[in-house]
Design a protein around this ligand. Structure first.
Ligand code: ADQ
Length: 469
């Protein structure tokens, strides 16, 4: 496949910036690798928050240049982090866009902080944008950034990609000033979503709520602004992951797993500790499976790896406490002197180690209640042994389900269905496992992270340059 999307210099803007050093050491996800590769090919800038705080915002940037790529970061004030990051991004937009209106906090201060930080981003990144650069903004933290940049006179081609789902209109309507937020997306030239479902929900909202008009070829027009709204499902760096899974570190991790399994079948889950990932529901489904299949008790082991995230947000502390208690209860109830049904681990692993753990697992449980895409599903597929692959049990509500149709697709809200899915996966004959895996890996390889990047950037490159306002 042709690599290297476009010829223009690229300016990538996201909440956090990937470090080129960590990515080349294999410690960062496929997204970082793909974007850094594009930045290296054409030169460019990756701009975002440093993760650090400063008492008073100065707009001073920390710039690191390496191989034609500049990473530029700014520090934010503690109030910015509270209102923009822990507030509007993670207490308002994240739960709302994942259908958790019950967990959504609507605070005027959060919204104010969100707009303020988007302005701070715009003020600081603006001077770094060259005349012909393509500007690519990522995710829900920065929806209004395009509008702020246009106000500062940026006429470049600008694209926005949403990494999380787009909610149904009835949910979005509960967000104060939702119209203003969505209107701001019309300042971009291309807006991308992982799936047709998320795009359809967006189109439905903008047509009904804002009176936008759908034109041919994914073009949507509102108040004289035309955007191209596209489906661009993100992938992984499949080649790199397949290699990692066959490497020494992965083999070591796999052997370590096998040693402790003593012939039992491993079920694995790997997720950030987040309520959208359906972890309590997954634990309960596994328990249902144990109850329904007493003959398999003692013959399977479920490993859930879940590094904590967003610990400043209460709901994340609550989900952690809930899982501590569930895993303790299930283990208390079903363990034997030589068997523990659940291994629950709260830490991160190197990618090679993860690849080895995936490969050791006969079944992966990827059962989010809602997920923009879910890269773990694709990583699991890429890590399998082609002669003896495992089975992916995948939620119908993960974006990945639209592509990975040969997985065992389940409804994560139904403990019975997931328990049946686990039983089906464990009983699946090798020929069927191979047949399904071949179809899955074909998709994971073809629609990889480079394909995704090129799809988006080619659409952006084709956009008309805006006329000066
Ligand atoms: P996330 O919600 O973070 O991403 P996901 O797509 O599954 O979800 O990516 C998680 C990444 O973290 C994977 O690459 C995984 O390997 C890694 N990871 C998880 N646990 C780990 C551990 N213990 N140790 C090491 N690595 C671990 C958001 C959206 C998703 C969307 C992505 C990309 O929520 O829906 O797929 O962005 O667009």
């Amino acid at each position: 496949m042709e690599r290297g999307p476009v010829s223009s210099r690229l300016v990538v803007i996201s909440n956090r910036v990937a470090s080129p050093k960590a990515a080349s050491g294999g410690n960062q996800g496929g997204l970082a690798v793909a974007l850094l590769a594009a930045l290296r090919e054409n030169g460019g800038v990756w701009f975002g928050w440093s993760g650090e705080t400063i008492d008073t915002f100065t707009g001073e940037m920390d710039r690191v240049e390496e191989g034609g790529v500049t990473t530029a970061t700014i520090d934010l004030e503690p109030q910015d982090i509270d209102e923009y990051y822990n507030g509007f991004a993670n207490r308002t937009l994240w739960p709302l866009f994942h259908d958790r209106i019950d967990l959504t906090e609507f605070e005027r201060d959060y919204e104010g902080g969100y707009v303020r930080v988007n302005r701070r981003f715009a003020d600081t990144v603006h001077p770094l944008i060259g005349e012909d650069d393509l500007v690519w903004v990522h995710d829900y933290h920065l929806i209004p950034l395009g509008r702020e940049l246009r106000r500062r006179g940026v006429e470049n081609r600008m694209g926005f990609f949403l990494h999380i789902p787009w909610p149904q209109s009835r949910i979005l309507l509960s967000l104060p000033h939702h119209e203003e937020l969505v209107r701001s997306l019309f300042e971009y030239d291309v807006v991308g979503f992982h799936t047709q479902d998320w795009l359809d929900a967006f189109r439905e909202y903008v047509v009904r709520q804002l009176g936008a008009e759908i034109e041919a070829d994914c073009v949507i027009r509102l108040d004289g602004h035309a955007i191209r709204a596209i489906v661009a499902p993100i992938g992984i760096d499949a080649g790199e992951f397949e290699e990692a899974a066959a490497g020494t570190r992965a083999r070591f991790a796999r052997d370590r797993m096998h040693m402790t399994l003593t012939g039992r079948q491993l079920l694995v889950g790997v997720d950030r500790l987040d309520y959208s990932k359906g972890l309590p529901e997954r634990f309960l489904s596994y328990e249902r499976f144990l109850v329904r299949n007493p003959d398999l008790q003692g013959l399977v082991s479920f490993l859930q790896i879940a590094p904590p995230s967003r610990e400043k947000v209460d709901t994340y502390q609550e989900i952690r406490a809930q899982l501590d208690s569930l895993s303790g209860r299930i283990n208390g109830e079903y363990s034997d002197i030589d068997w523990v049904p659940v291994r629950y681990v709260n830490r991160g692993y190197q990618r090679e180690e993860l690849a080895g753990i995936y490969r050791a697992a006969r079944v992966a449980l990827v059962t989010p209640l809602r997920d923009g895409m879910n890269l773990v599903a694709k990583e699991y597929v890429a890590a399998q042994d082609p002669d003896d692959p495992g089975v992916l049990v995948l939620s119908m509500f993960a974006g990945a389900a639209a592509q990975l149709t040969d997985a065992v697709i389940v409804n994560p809200f139904s403990a019975d269905e997931v328990a049946d899915g686990i039983a089906e996966a464990l009983a699946m004959p090798r020929e069927e496992r191979i047949r399904r895996w071949r179809a899955l890996i074909e998709n994971v390889r073809r629609e990889d992270v480079f394909w995704w990047r090129d799809l988006f950037l080619n659409a952006l490159q084709k956009a008309d340059v805006r006329e000066p306002a």
